[in-house]
Design a protein around this ligand. Structure first.
Ligand SMILES: [Zn+2]
Ligand SMILES: [Zn+2]
Length: 485
């Protein structure tokens, strides 16, 4: 029964990366003579494989039972007995029962253990083996956690025992904080997704791969905080190692690093750009020369740790001025937030607690690829208090078309562009209309409507929401206005 339940569960949780067409299909028969033996099925793995996925099925009608294990050319890679029909191994993570690590080219062995095969029986088996050669933003989830388009709330910046995250141990002393505590905290806050972004390492992915099936309503996005001596940037999506040693011959400049991230299908997001640098905070502010802002998809404009340090969102550490300066230079970059949590046990109402701030992303589905595409598209706002219900959206219409927040709208210079703000969980009177970094003396009408004269040059318009006391609650992303002739 347990065996069957386990199989059923794994059939349901078929990972997206296993749906690709297999590179090898190995077939054969388990016969009565194989009873209580280990049957090696060998196959060759070529050079350059970064993930190997195995899926095995066999005929059960004669009470034949097959257990599974795996050996690479050098060592034992794991044993899942009869509890998994499908498993994956890569350098960074593997299905529980299996060991992550390098995938050496050469002869591998799929081990079929046969606890039972009746005398004279013959049960056909089929093993599909898929090689992944190119990294991609796939994640650990068995396909989308939710297939519907919608607004999804998450935290894009957090640390665990795999870097400098700590929390209270049983006795009350401080201890390196295991990944599950962060995941539990995110679940308790009602988040839809989190990216765990330990510094430079990829060692947390193994724990995330283990946790994802048990947290099937909380998407765990592979992340890491590329931590250089001149700035920090989160990379979301890929799991393979990305060389962070900026200035080393292996990564001579930031463009080499950004190119490696792009080649791996990753999203490059500059963190806490306005933090101090030098001996005050080594490498914290973004001071990297030669940054290609066309290869920067997002900037963390609100950082929970900075908020705690300066006693509020706005102050010298606030990232919005840095971000808006890049927008004014003509770049299209999405503003995001991140708690930069280093203690999963931090009280939920504390800035820098898991989910504070929250980044809210409109995505086609709740999957790693979906959330990252949503961030790139820019229909995103930051909920600084990490509420579960505040909503902000923006649309605009000209004679030639319409656009949503994050999008581009083309209008003629003499046109008046009609905007509509959509707000839930706040007072409309607290909405600020910001164009090219300056607040416009424009009131948002009862239906959320306001207008802006196009003018003869490109610009951008976005919203903030403040409470009656002037405290910033929500930060919206722009609609980009481009001149049509
Ligand atoms: Zn950092
Ligand atoms: Zn950090």
């Amino acid at each position: 029964m347990v065996r069957w339940l386990a199989l059923l569960f794994l059939l349901m949780a078929a990972p997206a990366w296993a749906e690709a067409k297999p590179d090898l299909v190995l077939t054969g028969q388990v016969r009565g003579a194989d009873h209580q033996t280990y049957k090696p099925v060998t196959f060759d793995v070529p050079d350059g494989v970064i993930r190997l996925t195995v899926e095995v099925d066999y005929a059960r009608d004669q009470k034949t039972v097959v257990d599974l294990g795996l050996l690479d050319p050098v060592r034992f890679r794991g044993w899942s007995g009869g509890n998994k029909k499908r498993f994956t191994v890569s350098a960074e993570d593997a299905t529980p029962s299996y060991l992550p690590g390098p995938l050496p080219a050469g002869r591998w062995t799929l081990l079929l253990g046969v606890p039972n095969a009746r005398p004279g029986s013959a049960a056909a088996y089929e093993a599909k083996i898929t090689f992944e050669r190119r990294p991609g933003a796939v994640g650990f989830a068995p396909g989308p956690l939710k297939a519907a388009p919608g607004w999804y709330r998450g935290d894009l910046h957090m640390h665990t025992a795999h870097s400098d995250g700590s929390c209270l141990a049983q006795s009350g002393v401080r201890a390196p904080c295991p990944v599950y505590r962060t995941v539990e905290a995110a679940k308790a806050r009602g988040l839809d997704f989190i990216a765990i972004t330990d510094h430079n390492t990829t060692s947390h992915y193994e724990a995330m791969a283990e946790l994802q099936p048990a947290f099937d309503q909380l998407l765990l996005i592979p992340g890491r905080e590329i931590t250089t001596f001149q700035g920090h940037a989160n990379v979301f999506g890929p799991t393979a190692f990305i060389d962070f040693r900026l200035g080393d011959p292996s990564v001579p400049d930031i463009r080499a690093l950004q190119g490696a991230v792009a080649a791996a299908g990753g999203l490059f997001s500059i963190n806490h750009p306005s933090s101090p640098s030098g001996e005050q905070c080594m490498g914290c502010g973004w001071t990297v020369p030669g940054t290609d802002y066309d290869q920067v998809q997002s900037i963390e404009v609100a950082n929970g740790g900075s908020q705690r340090a300066q006693g509020g969102v706005e102050g010298p550490l606030f990232g919005v001025p840095f971000w808006e300066a890049r927008l004014k230079a003509g770049h299209r970059i999405t503003a995001v937030g991140g708690s930069d949590n280093h203690d999963a046990g931090l009280a939920p109402d504390t800035p820098g607690a898991v989910g504070r701030p929250t980044t809210v992303v409109h995505a086609a589905e709740l999957s790693t690829a979906g959330i990252l595409a949503g961030i790139r598209a820019g229909r995103v706002f930051i909920d600084l208090d990490g509420t579960r219900d505040r909503m902000l959206d923006l649309s605009a219409r000209s004679k030639s078309g319409q656009a949503m927040m994050g999008g581009v709208l083309i209008a003629k210079p003499d046109e008046t562009v009609a905007f509509t703000a959509s707000l839930t969980g706040g007072e409309r009177a607290g909405l600020e209309v910001i164009r090219d970094g300056t607040r416009l003396p424009v009131a948002v009408g009862p239906s959320g409507a306001f207008t802006v004269k196009m003018g003869d040059k490109a610009s951008w318009v976005r919203l903030n929401l403040r409470d009656a006391g002037g405290r910033l609650l929500l930060i919206g992303n722009p609609i980009y206005l481009r001149v049509g002739r």
